[in-house]
Design a protein. Sequence first.
Length: 227
Amino acid sequence: MSGSVIIAPSILASDFSRLGEEVAAIDRAGADWVHLDVMDGHFVPNITFGPAVVKAIRPVSEKFFDCHLMIEPCDPFLEAFAEAGCDGLTVHAEATRHLDRSLRTIKALGKRAGVALNPATSEETIRYVLDKVDLVLVMTVNPGFGGQAFLPATLDKIRAVKAMIGDRPIDIEVDGGIAVETAASVVEAGANVLVAGSALFRGTAAGYGRNIETLRDAAYGREARHP
């Protein structure tokens, strides 16, 4: 696990009509990772983009491409997203019958392996695959749409995942309703990777840096340093 908070803007909240420019803008603004929410209209009630779009924006940024696959089945598409340029692939425990196999496949592709848990899914689901996991994504909203309100009950799950991980070098990521008001509480519970969309892609691109730093300050419990 990283010793510092990682800010991962979700391009789901960006302007898709100029997606490459938006990715370049958050890169310059100080994003640590670029979060890619892939939705299939089957596992979740929305459709976003596939490997071709990832491949198209890959040259725009050298930042870590954090790919969250909200697709079912996921296994047939792992290689395509890996080849498109994703650095990490996160699959949902609920979207694969053979989670161990899915994680082994990701590792064999040379990528960081992540597993995501929906709000109603017990953390016990991942206890026996932790030796194959680089990241655990705790969904703090129900997946499928951006702009949802944070679910406070997920704080207990973050704490439980943190306790289960122990001293293993596994990142804990949170996604959904992450903003200035919720950042400190999820970090206190054990998260170190914050995915945010609406809170970061606000206003013009010139203000993205301020949005990122304001969220980072909130995560560390600091007052915003910007006028």
